[in-house]
Design a protein around this ligand. Structure first.
Ligand SMILES: [Mn+2]
Length: 277
């Protein structure tokens, strides 16, 4: 039994196509797409359509939930303005698809010994890391009883054995890899007759220039503004930009007294952020 698990595509179609081709070459028994197909890079709709056509098991992640919740009482008030224009773009592309997105689970069992999830069995955005302490990891995973627990969400490939002997696998990201270089990842899980489950983390070089060109060609950079530049840089470098920028912007506003919730203010914050590196 072999299972390919792809997660965190985030609208990056060239990366998705490259990883799909690499995964298919492994001839898995099942292909799982574990959420966050959308939001980030420009091609949310194309990635959603391709994911639906290709996946044997399809989950939704927190970014699909953000699309569903935007503009509803479930969405937070702050989900508007220039910071949230990527989400606005994704939501418009996905018009007409919301019922199908909502119907997806955030976690599901495969057979009696595997559970796949976006982030955790009952939570679509909790972070788990190689350095998270055992107690915290076990609390989060407690609702699942399977031997092999497979997740995405962190954009960081790793696996670790839990104290009770179970194996936790985080697959890296297809569309916004954060391993310090722009190579897409997926996870390949193999059940061996005697040794139980094994995991391979597979890195896939892809046409990064094509992914970056989509930011211009689609009109995304122009329509979305500064946050599109942040996502573009994250994809170009394969390194964290979004979270550091959001934290920086808060400190920058405190230091400068800037209060405007507009493109020009966000652009100034971004220029100050980029001047640091
Ligand atoms: Mn996620």
């Amino acid at each position: 039994m072999r299972i390919a698990v792809l997660a965190d595509i985030h609208g990056n179609l060239p990366a998705f196509e490259a990883v799909l081709a690499a995964a298919r070459r492994e001839a898995p028994d099942l292909l799982v797409i574990a959420g966050d197909m959308v939001n980030g890079a420009p091609d949310s709709r194309a990635c959603w359509d391709l994911a639906r056509g290709e996946a044997d098991v399809l989950l939704r992640g927190n970014h699909e939930r953000y699309v569903l919740d935007r503009g509803t009482p479930a969405g937070e008030d702050a989900w508007s303005g220039p910071r949230f224009r990527p989400l606005e773009w994704a939501s418009e592309e996905l018009a007409g698809q919301f019922d199908d997105i909502r119907a997806l689970p955030i976690a599901t069992a495969i057979g009696d010994d595997v559970r796949v999830m976006h982030a955790a069995p009952t939570d679509d955005r909790v972070n788990l890391f190689p350095w998270s302490d055992d107690g915290a990891v076990e609390r989060v995973l407690d609702p699942a009883s399977e031997d092999l627990l497979v997740r995405g969400h962190n954009h960081l490939p790793f696996h670790r054995h839990l104290a009770d002997g179970r194996l936790l696998v985080s697959v890296g990201a297809v569309g916004i890899p954060l391993i310090g270089r722009p190579e897409a990842q997926f996870g390949l899980l193999t059940r061996h007759a005697r040794r139980g489950w094994g995991v391979s983390h597979v890195n896939v070089p892809y046409d990064v220039d094509a992914a970056l060109a989509r930011f211009e060609d689609s009109g995304y950079l122009r329509a979305v503004g500064p946050m599109a530049q942040v996502f573009r840089r994250e994809i170009a470098t394969g390194s964290h930009q979004l979270v550091p920028f959001v934290r920086f912007e808060q400190r920058w506003r405190e230091a400068t007294g800037a209060t405007g919730d507009d493109d020009a203010t966000l652009e100034r914050a971004l220029r100050a952020f980029l001047a640091l590196s």
